[in-house]
Design a protein around this ligand. Structure first.
Ligand code: HAM
Length: 454
């Protein structure tokens, strides 16, 4: 990322800070890498993110203890391995995989698991009120790079963790989080976004729905592509994600989870929609929105933006009650989202929404080695006054210096030569129209400040 694009990043990030602050969120910074185990348990071992996309490193390059351990295991329980060195039982293999993971670290593929880990580690459940945190920074996934999809990408995310409140309160928190998001997108100037909403139920109703879906899919198996056929067994929900043209009509006719929610989930979903309507936030329900991470339950949502091609999701999120508990903490509810910052930037660029980079205010054209100290002094004085000043390290001929000032986009050139130093009156030239003035130091600062861009 190079300037001037970085100015756009700064603009987006400062909009985030303003808006999130207004909703009383505070920043958390989590490590770039964590124990692999955290993501395996938090995000889910069978998700694409954990099973295929993490950048994982052994903590010790040669892991001698582990080798010893395997050796010991095989000595003590020779029937653990086949003659070919394979594990006999899948439990032993799982136990081994678990130990291997506890010995390794991974670059964070997302930050929700880390936030929950920190919540537990720092006893944040004892804090007053709901814990409202936001973060921004790089995440890492081993994906095939393309426009809007990178192996190092950036997220802006927020999480609300709470240990009190009923279903109605939860729905209000969900709606407020979504309101904050829409406010941010507005402030950032992102137009044409669409909000998609779904409820994916809970531990009670989802498994029943999944069975129903599996049965419905089995009936139409022959009409599905090989990926979806496989997923009937492994993860039928993923079939809903399919982009395959030939499967679209079939998917439209499949049972929808919103029609199979348990009373609690239905109550919350209904309330979330009511809350969004009350806040004047428009959305479309999308029964195919299942999200690719294991921790979600009930409310899930995604936001798309134009100008991004196939990778058009700029934000994804949802509710994850129980994740903190799964990671060893107290019963806690959670809801959050992450915005793909790279995609927001791409979409803004596509709309030609480029912030005006703050111009260079003053170029100090100094002449004569002995006048350099005076140039240093005045440059410092102007910088203290908040002006952006370029002081060239080497002496230049007058014409060349003015040419460079122009190329750098400076608004003023300050000329410092023998006469100026002797008289204490500086010559300042407005480059736009060539207007020239002679001013003492104090008037000079006032003059330059007055002409500053807003
Ligand atoms: P996610 O849907 O995996 O959710 O990612 C959120 C957003 O990050 C996506 O909508 C997309 O904009 C962006 N993103 C993901 N992968 C890439 C990539 N390879 N390149 C560029 N952008 C990408 C999560 O990560 C959850 N932790 C969100 C959440 C927070 N749910 C609850 N709390």
């Amino acid at each position: 990322m190079l300037p001037p694009e970085t100015a756009l990043w700064n603009f987006v990030e400062s909009a985030v800070r303003d808006v999130f602050r207004a909703y009383n969120f505070q920043e958390i910074r989590t490590p770039i890498f964590e124990a692999t185990e955290l993501f395996a348990r938090g995000v889910g071992e069978d998700t694409d993110i954990v099973s295929k996309e993490m950048f994982t490193f052994p903590l010790r390059p040669t892991r001698p203890e582990l080798v010893d351990e395997i050796f010991e295991m095989s000595e003590m329980k020779p029937d653990l391995f086949t003659p070919g060195g394979e594990f006999v039982s899948s439990e032993d293999k799982m136990e081994f995989e678990k130990r291997k993971r506890s010995e390794s670290i991974s670059l964070r593929p997302e930050a929700t698991a880390s936030v929950c880990r920190a919540y537990i580690e720092h006893g944040m459940h004892t804090l007053p009120g709901n814990v409202k945190l936001y973060y921004m920074g790089p995440m890492f996934r081993r994906e095939r790079p393309q426009k809007g999809r990178y192996r190092q990408f950036y997220q802006i995310g927020a999480e609300v963790l709470s240990h009190t409140g009923d279903l109605k309160d939860d729905a209000r928190v969900d709606a407020e989080v979504i309101e904050m998001l829409t406010t941010f997108f507005e402030k950032a100037g992102l137009e044409g976004t669409a909000l998609y909403l779904n409820s994916i139920g809970c531990k009670e109703c989802r498994p029943k729905y999944v069975e129903l879906l599996r049965a419905a899919l089995t009936k139409v198996k022959d009409k599905l592509g090989p990926d979806s056929q496989r997923r009937i067994e492994t993860n039928p929900l993923r079939v809903l994600d399919s982009k395959l043209e030939s499967e679209q009509a079939i998917i439209e006719k499949l049972p929808r989870i919103a029609e199979h929610l348990c009373p609690d989930c239905l109550e919350e979903y209904t309330e979330v929609k009511k809350q969004l309507a009350m806040r004047g936030i428009s959305y479309a329900q999308n029964f195919r929105l299942v999200r690719g991470l294991d921790y979600y339950m009930r409310t899930t949502f995604e936001i798309t933006a134009p100008g991004l091609g196939s990778q058009n999701a700029v934000c994804g999120g949802g509710r994850y009650d129980g994740l903190v508990e799964l990671l060893g903490g107290p019963p806690t509810k959670g809801i959050g989202f992450a915005i793909g910052t790279d995609r927001v930037i791409l979409s803004l660029q596509d709309m030609r929404k480029l912030p005006v980079e703050r111009a260079l205010d003053v170029y100090v054209a100094w002449m004569g080695e002995k006048n350099y100290p005076a140039a240093v002094k005045i440059a410092r004085r102007l910088r203290e006054a908040g002006l952006a000043v370029e002081l060239p390290p080497g002496e230049m001929k007058f014409g060349k210096a003015l040419g460079l000032a122009d190329k750098l986009g400076a608004r003023y050139a300050l000329i410092i030569g023998d006469d100026e130093v002797a008289s204490g009156q500086f010559t300042v030239k407005r480059l736009e129209d060539g207007e020239q003035k002679k001013l003492g130091e104090r008037e000079l600062v006032a003059y330059l400040k007055a002409g500053e861009a807003p």
